[in-house]
Ligand binder design. Structure first.
Ligand SMILES: C[S@@+](CC[C@H](N)C(=O)[O-])C[C@H]1O[C@@H](n2cnc3c(N)ncnc32)[C@H](O)[C@@H]1O
Length: 263
């Protein structure tokens, strides 16, 4: 099934989506005592925002994603950063049992999922992941901030209105970052025998208009992207709508659930 992450979206994602604070990577390494002989699987790795900074802490990372264009962008971005110990693999959450048999006796220090669990069957995933993990290893589920159209700010409210006019429907998708969804993930981890802790890292950052627009485009399915011909007009329109609300300060609450496998 085409989820719309291919083509130009991979490039937009790489250019305009935020990476993760180093404190989050440190929290993952500490929580699961990751060492230089560990393996990590990053599910829904996209362009490698999580897989690539974890890689220097472990022996190797397997970045798994169903979208080849995301993987191809991830591979070149990692190479540009001199990171060579990530294997980029086409696959999905439902391939976890296959990964388990591929890895045979080799257990895994962590399975990480950055801003992607809402695309997966989390109940089946949490039920299947336990046997893949070594004792003390675990699962990290991360929500990377709040979508640009759901921020509590005047510029974001104006953006919501503009997007509502553009799409004919109010943008409401929280992409799994809302409290109710986080709570559901937490309960499911606990029900599957994980000891769960939470890491909260908050920061704010100013967006320039190009990053704001690029961030919006990167969140569209590729078949909803405006054509290159339409873009200058759309950009000019949105720039005028948002101008009174500068500066565009984005609040970025990063929330991670860390489920440790208890022996
Ligand atoms: C919003 S991006 C997140 C990328 C990256 N992990 C990050 O933290 O920015 C979601 C990714 O999940 C992938 N994805 C969608 N369905 C998936 C599935 N069932 N299993 C694994 N990955 C999936 C998409 O192709 C996309 O690359």
């Amino acid at each position: 099934m085409d989820l719309g992450f291919g083509g130009e979206i991979a490039d937009l994602y790489h250019r305009y989506r935020r990476g993760y604070p180093s404190g989050l990577i440190g929290a993952c390494v500490d929580a699961f005592s990751l060492k230089s002989d560990d393996l990590v699987i990053d599910l829904g790795c996209g362009t490698g925002q999580l897989a690539t900074p974890i890689a220097p802490h472990v022996r190797a990372v397997i970045g798994v994603d169903p979208e080849p264009d995301m993987l191809s962008r991830a591979r070149s971005a990692a190479q540009d950063q001199g990171v060579t110990n990530v294997a980029w693999m086409v696959g999905s959450d439902s391939d976890l049992p296959l990964l388990r048999s591929l890895l045979a006796e080799q257990s895994v220090g962590a399975v990480t999922i950055g801003q992607a669990l809402h695309w997966m069957d989390h109940e089946a995933l949490f039920a299947a992941v336990g046997p893949l993990l070594r004792p003390g290893g675990g699962v990290m589920v991360v929500a990377n901030g709040i979508p640009l159209w759901l921020q509590d700010s005047d510029w974001s409210r104006a953006l919501r209105e503009w997007l509502s006019d553009w799409f004919g429907t109010r943008p409401a998708n929280s992409c799994g970052t809302d409290n109710a969804t986080q709570q559901r993930y937490r309960q499911s981890l606990t029900a599957n025998g994980f000891e769960v802790s939470k890491v909260e890292l908050d920061y704010a950052d100013e967006l320039d208009f190009d990053h704001l627009l690029g961030g919006i485009y990167s969140a569209l399915p590729v078949d909803r992207l405006p054509s290159p011909k339409e873009r200058p007009q759309l950009a000019a329109e949105l720039r005028e709508v948002l101008r009174p609300y500068r500066p565009y300060i984005e609040q970025v609450p990063v929330r991670a659930l860390l489920g440790t496998k208890v022996a």
